[in-house]
Design a protein around this ligand. Structure first.
Ligand SMILES: [Fe+2]
Ligand SMILES: [Fe+2]
Length: 135
């Protein structure tokens, strides 16, 4: 799977956030590697559980920072996170594989979403946090 590697263009300049993003990317890479021999992963799979935990922790951190710093697009950003979670859930329900499994397709969609979300929406709040529009 291409584009799984962390790239400098994803750095937002907020160390705690960058570290979490990087960990999430590493987790996707691990899952993709495992997928070669195990195309259907269970939700109870330690790597999947780790990914879900990392994402929950990450969304919570971003949302609390945005609240503290009165980010004007807080609600829209939270909605993006919510939609992502709903989309992943829906994909899993539609998946032809066993219930409770995480398909390769879901991993791909989730990874692509994350990349685009970091480059656009996350970058937007990072610029706001460091920009002159904040008082
Ligand atoms: Fe993020
Ligand atoms: Fe985000």
């Amino acid at each position: 799977m291409k584009d799984l590697k962390w790239k400098d263009e994803f750095v937002l300049g907020i160390p705690a956030v960058d570290l979490q993003h990087k960990r999430i990317f590493d987790c996707f890479a691990t899952l993709a590697e495992q997928g070669v021999t195990n195309p259907d992963r269970s939700l109870a799979d330690p790597s999947v559980m780790q990914l879900v935990g990392l994402l929950q922790e990450h969304f919570a951190l971003e949302e609390s920072m945005m609240r503290v710093l009165s980010y004007p697009e807080l609600e829209r950003h939270i909605e993006e996170h919510r939609q992502f979670c709903a989309e992943v859930e829906e994909l899993e329900q539609k998946s032809p594989s066993m219930e409770g499994s995480v398909s390769d397709q879901t991993i791909k969609v989730a990874q692509k979403w994350l990349r685009e979300h970091i480059l656009k929406s996350d970058r937007h709040y990072a610029e706001f946090f460091s920009g002159p529009q904040r008082n």
